[in-house]
Design a protein around this ligand. Structure first.
Ligand code: NCD
Ligand code: ZN
Length: 346
């Protein structure tokens, strides 16, 4: 008997599409399966104003192949100079869905991020007033803090103080990687959700470092110890509405990954749904995949779930490309390390 699973069409609540030739190459990989995605604004230069977001949205729609149905949910990149009126107008018109906070220097293209969190307090207050959610890259950047501790320290030093000072602000903790992140989200009474990536459900830090360095498993926040991966799997598959998928699919070309100073990011758009079905089946939670992939995210953002459906069927090993060709060079597709058997029906 064929096993199959039909879900309301999923969304990706954290996605990097880049621009130009890379955008044209990676967009179909997401739009094939996902109806909507929160589009990260960390271009060079970043998407900081409403006008930047409108122009970027137009470039994304122009790159979308005929016949594909996909809605980009735009974000602004929060800087110490963000104009609250421009932000409020972009939110009121429906142009943007959220605003992204990157601590300066935390990750790829984050040099224009926030250094002094007091400087963005008025913007955060305005966002709380107008109901515009804040997406947070939750890592401190202080050089004396160990890279594996940066998420936990961020929660105590930055995130919790921001949430206490701005109680009405709706916050998404992006790509949580630790038990500390899971527990912090579970401890919140309201207004806090978290995305979990596909790859953090699959790899721990051994995958990056044991038996030779594996640049395609390096991303930020970096994968942690096994106990943290297990906490993420329990959160993702446990049915708690505060957790939902944000792939953080982040394409970099192979030369930029396989380098003496390799870029952070795993490219998972192509096989994310097959991997998620595999993980949820392993956890005996296939009936909860729809919540994680299709229902909890819209509820957190106050949007309806999608009308369409997507069907996964279990069968022979799924064939997917090892690399995607882009006009900028090849991009390696995330390898979970085992064959996948759940394929998305065309
Ligand atoms: C992202 C990128 O490449 O833009 N990289 C990553 O490792 N996740 C940035 C980010 O989300 O931190
Ligand atoms: Zn990201």
């Amino acid at each position: 008997m064929t096993q199959s699973l039909t879900l309301s069409r999923p969304d990706d609540w954290h996605l990097h599409l880049r621009d130009g030739a890379m955008l044209r190459a990676v967009l179909p990989e997401t739009a094939r399966h996902f109806a909507r995605a929160i589009i990260m604004p960390n271009l060079v230069p970043p998407v900081v104003t409403g006008a930047d977001a409108a122009a970027y949205r137009d470039r994304i729609m122009a790159a979308l192949p005929e016949g594909m149905d996909f809605t980009p949910l735009m974000t602004l990149y929060l800087t110490e100079d963000t104009d609250p009126d421009d932000l409020a107008a972009a939110h009121a018109s429906g142009l943007i869905t959220a605003v992204k906070l990157y601590p300066a220097g935390a990750t790829t293209n984050s040099a224009s991020g926030v250094r002094d969190f007091d400087k963005v307090r008025p913007v955060l207050e305005r966002m709380a007033e107008i109901g515009c959610p804040l997406c947070v890259h939750g890592e401190v950047t202080d050089s004396e803090i160990d890279i594996f501790d940066r998420e936990a320290v961020f929660i105590d030093r930055v995130l919790d103080p921001i949430r206490r000072a701005t109680p009405g602000l709706r916050v998404t903790m992006e790509h949580i990687t630790t038990r500390d992140g899971v527990e912090y989200v579970q401890s919140a009474e309201q207004g806090l959700g978290a995305t979990i990536t596909t790859h953090h459900l699959v790899i721990n830090r051994n995958h990056i470092l044991v038996g030779g360095i594996k640049p395609h498993y390096y991303c930020l926040p970096v994968a942690k110890r096994e106990e943290h991966r297990l906490a993420l799997r329990a959160a993702a598959t446990g049915g708690d509405r505060r957790f939902f998928v944000g792939t953080d699919s982040a394409p970099h070309t192979d030369p930029n990954k396989e380098s003496a100073c390799g870029c952070a990011g795993c490219f998972t758009a192509t096989n994310t749904l097959s991997i998620l079905a595999h993980v949820f089946e392993e956890e005996g939670a296939l009936d909860r995949l729809e919540g994680f992939a299709s229902l909890h995210g819209p509820a957190h953002y106050g949007l309806p779930a999608n009308d369409g459906t997507l069907t996964l069927t279990k069968g022979d090993a799924v064939a997917y490309p090892q690399k995607i060709d882009t006009g900028e060079g090849p991009v390696t597709v995330f390898d979970p390390g085992y064959p996948l058997h759940w394929s998305v029906q065309a």
